[in-house]
Design a protein around this ligand. Structure first.
Ligand code: COA
Length: 194
């Protein structure tokens, strides 16, 4: 897998012989989610204090029916990161990142970027190297999330463009929600190395 931070190299746990997870010395790895992760993901999102919290049922669905477009990070057997994504039915070449979250204790270590890279790599590998464009809506005030997606564009040498998308009024009649413009990164087309 590709990774920004050398300390996070080889954390995918998805390419080991026999399909077994291959934890590194930090006992942390990235893998496809499963139903049993739903509750932990729900808690991770709740603890973020920033993201809109969905039902546990929604996270169990993401971890099962949408597992191919989602990823979890685990340390010592505990879920410490999650990306819930899907392919919009009308635009199957797009990976839409619905929510990305990293436990507060792990932030700023490159884990968010490593999860994004691993997920894009896995999706492209399973599609014979086909290009993928990543999309996400990010509130203007969310500096870390903007930096996260900007980093994805930079590492892959592709543009990141911004477009009007969901307005504050679409999301909350009381005005408690910010606008959610769309960030589009890609298409990511470079040949895969493995
Ligand atoms: C957004 C989030 C997932 C990023 O995860 P992370 O593991 O800390 O990200 P990384 O360590 O890979 O850093 C990614 C980039 O963000 C930058 N960054 C990290 N924290 C930052 C902060 N508080 N402010 C500004 N930039 C920040 C990093 O420097 C890095 O940029 P670079 O590639 O230019 O060096 C994490 O901060 C988080 O869970 N936030 C709460 C939930 C949220 O806001 N999710 C996004 C909306 S869906």
């Amino acid at each position: 897998m590709e990774s920004v931070n050398p300390a996070l190299n080889d954390l995918s746990g998805e390419s080991a012989p026999g399909g077994q997870p291959r934890p590194d010395s930090r006992e942390q790895h990235l893998r496809r989610p499963r139903a049993a992760d739903g509750l932990a993901v729900h808690k991770l999102v709740a603890d973020s204090g920033v993201l809109d919290l969905n039902s546990t049922y929604a996270y169990v669905l993401l971890c099962t029916d949408f597992a191919d477009s989602s990823i979890v990070a685990e340390r010592d057997g505990r879920v410490c990161g999650f990306i819930g994504g899907y392919h919009p039915p009308q635009r199957p070449d797009v990976l839409f990142v619905w929510q990305v979250v990293v436990a507060a204790s792990e932030r700023g270590t490159g884990l968010g970027g490593a999860m994004l890279d691993a997920l894009v790599h896995r999706i492209r590998s399973e599609r014979g190297g086909h290009p993928v464009t990543v999309e996400a809506t990010v509130a203007p005030s969310n500096a870390s999330s903007r930096a996260l997606f900007g980093g994805l564009a930079r590492r892959h040498g592709v543009p990141m463009t911004e477009h009007d998308h969901f307005s504050a009024a679409d999301l909350d009649p009381e005005g408690a929600h910010e606008d959610e413009p769309l960030l589009r990164i890609g298409p990511i087309t470079a040949p895969l190395n493995d």
